[in-house]
Design a protein around this ligand. Structure first.
Ligand SMILES: Nc1nc2c(c(=O)[nH]1)N(C=O)[C@@H](CNc1ccc(C(=O)N[C@@H](CCC(=O)O)C(=O)O)cc1)CN2
Ligand SMILES: Nc1nc2c(ncn2[C@@H]2O[C@H](COP(=O)(O)OP(=O)(O)OP(=O)(O)O)[C@@H](O)[C@H]2O)c(=O)[nH]1
Ligand SMILES: [Mg+2]
Length: 461
């Protein structure tokens, strides 16, 4: 394939020891060679592949030194993109690295689009689409478990499974062809029928299993969206602070302290939480607080988990009851806080309303009950302890949607065979299943989708 030479800063923007400007494409080495002066007049066009060279970047018109660098030369196809790749390691400072980038752009490289290096790895056939998407997940991973899921997918675990299933489907389709070509043989039809059902059921069951991993997969990847709700002053912000082990949210004894939604990521025993502290829900005349309360109600709807906080030292009120009503049917842990105070809350009433939910009692003031809460959270989402070890998790919404659709079409096919639908009609569903699975790994996907997917990557990746 023919591509121009692209360049980008591949390390984060900021101060660090070293920063890398990466080039990929046919002219990478030539471009680097023009602006590089190695010790002893060494030319980058003449060095062996996969070697690194010390020297200076210079302006070739004036011989003025621009930066002191180390340059890696990697000739395709054994590179990240399968093209010639050059990496210029410069000093890690915003000015320095931008100066190097501007210089390679001035000498013929084009600024890469976000994700373009990985896109080339995909277009040049080194990785498939699900592997490319995993590269992104890996970068964004916030816990060890999430990283292991991404790493597994990057190494092609999901791809292998999908390819295996597509192979099964191809075999079904081959038999169906024979059947359509030789309809006069009854025993062929009989055989096709049995074989088709057997294989299709196998594919269906595998797809089902895969889909079952998606809830945990998605949590591992995106974090469990966890919303802390409760009346004003019950200790919601104290709870956030105690889980993140830092004073992130303002805590005062004034009801209505939190006005806006506060968001923090925490890792609770391997469960990544996107923790949202909200304004206490109550009727209020204060305009700012009212907007906050409205926002609280909004985020409540999108939560994966609710931490409903009550006050042990206060009456159970109508507002508390309304909260139970608002979170009906969701995953809820009820937290009865301030157990250091004299009991005023009607625990019988709480137990009655919290029937299907776990109740944890805490005194955040005295730092009691937080362990139990963490235990409750982790056991809710990892019954037993599921290690990301050698499991294939489905974690990407695009994949989940496609696997869901392919499960549907294969079920249609099975249903069709069972009720005696003509085989060439059944064939349509089976072919569709094959296509949908192909989209996961990037066979048969539209170019605009590919552009859209890669554009979500970071610059320089
Ligand atoms: N300096 C640097 N570090 C980096 C990267 C990079 O691009 N540059 N990577 C960027 O993400 C990651 C490493 N990923 C890579 C994946 C494949 C190949 C590669 O060359 N693959 C060849 C086989 C190479 C060989 O056999 O020696 C291939 O698969 O054909 C290189 C890097 C992490 N660290
Ligand atoms: N006695 C006692 N006080 C607590 C406990 N937890 C929190 N508090 C206090 O209760 C007050 C309110 O705590 P916050 O965490 O700000 O409560 P909140 O629910 O976020 O309040 P709003 O943001 O106003 O809705 C503060 O003075 C805390 O120090 C506890 O376990 N026991
Ligand atoms: Mg608060």
């Amino acid at each position: 394939m023919e591509f121009d030479t692209i360049a980008a800063i591949s390390t984060p923007m900021g101060e660090g020891a070293i920063a890398i400007v990466r080039l990929s494409g046919d002219d990478s080495i030539k471009i680097a060679d023009q602006i590089f002066r190695g010790i002893g007049g060494k030319r980058l066009t003449e060095v062996s592949t996969h070697t690194i060279h010390y020297g200076h970047l210079i302006d070739p018109r004036t011989e003025q030194v621009i930066e002191e660098v180390m340059v890696s030369i990697m000739k395709g196809p054994k590179t990240f993109t399968k093209e010639d790749v050059v990496e210029i390691n410069c000093h890690g400072g915003i000015v320095s690295v931008n100066r190097v980038l501007q210089h390679v752009l001035a000498y013929g490289a084009r600024l890469a689009e976000p994700g373009e290096f990985t896109k080339r790895a995909f277009l040049n056939g080194r990785i498939d689409l699900s592997q490319a998407e995993a590269v992104m997940d890996l970068i964004r991973a916030k816990t060890d478990r999430a990283m292991n899921v991404a790493l597994g997918q990057m190494e092609g675990r999901l791809s292998k499974l999908i390819r295996g299933l597509r192979q099964e489907i191809l075999e079904i389709l081959a038999h169906v062809e024979v059947n359509i070509d030789y309809p006069e043989y009854d025993d062929v039809e009989e055989m096709t029928h049995n074989m088709l059902l057997e294989k299709a059921i196998y594919v269906r069951d595998e797809l089902k299993k895969l889909l079952q991993t998606s809830q945990q997969g998605k949590i591992l990847r995106e974090g469990l969206s966890t919303v802390i709700v409760g009346r004003p002053n019950v200790g919601k912000s104290s709870l956030l602070n105690s889980l993140v082990q830092e004073n992130k949210a303002i805590v005062t004894d004034i009801p209505g302290t939190t006005r806006d939604v506060i968001e923090e990521y925490v890792n609770v025993r391997g469960v990544p939480l996107r923790l949202l502290d909200t304004a206490g829900i109550r009727e209020t005349e204060d305009i700012v607080e009212r907007i906050g309360v409205e926002k609280s109600r909004q985020v409540l709807k999108e939560a994966d988990l609710i931490l409903l906080v009550l006050n042990y030292g206060d009456q159970f009120t109508k507002e508390d009851e309304n909260l139970f009503e608002a979170v009906k049917g969701m995953d809820v842990i009820v937290i009865v806080n301030k157990t250091d105070l004299t009991q005023k809350i009607d625990m019988e009433r709480v137990k009655e309303l919290a029937r299907e939910h776990k109740i944890v009692t805490t005194s955040l003031l005295e730092d009691r009950g937080v362990d139990e809460l963490e235990e409750a959270i982790s056991s809710l989402f990892f019954e037993g302890s599921i290690e990301a070890g050698d499991m294939t998790y489905l974690s990407n919404s695009r994949h989940i949607a496609l696997i869901g659709q392919s499960l549907h079409t294969i079920e249609e096919a099975i249903n069709g065979v069972e009720i005696g639908t003509p085989i060439d009609i059944v064939q349509i569903d089976i072919t569709r299943t094959w296509e949908l699975l192909g989209e996961v790994i990037g066979d048969s996907v539209h170019e605009s989708l590919i552009d859209q997917l890669f554009s979500q990557f970071c610059l320089g990746k």
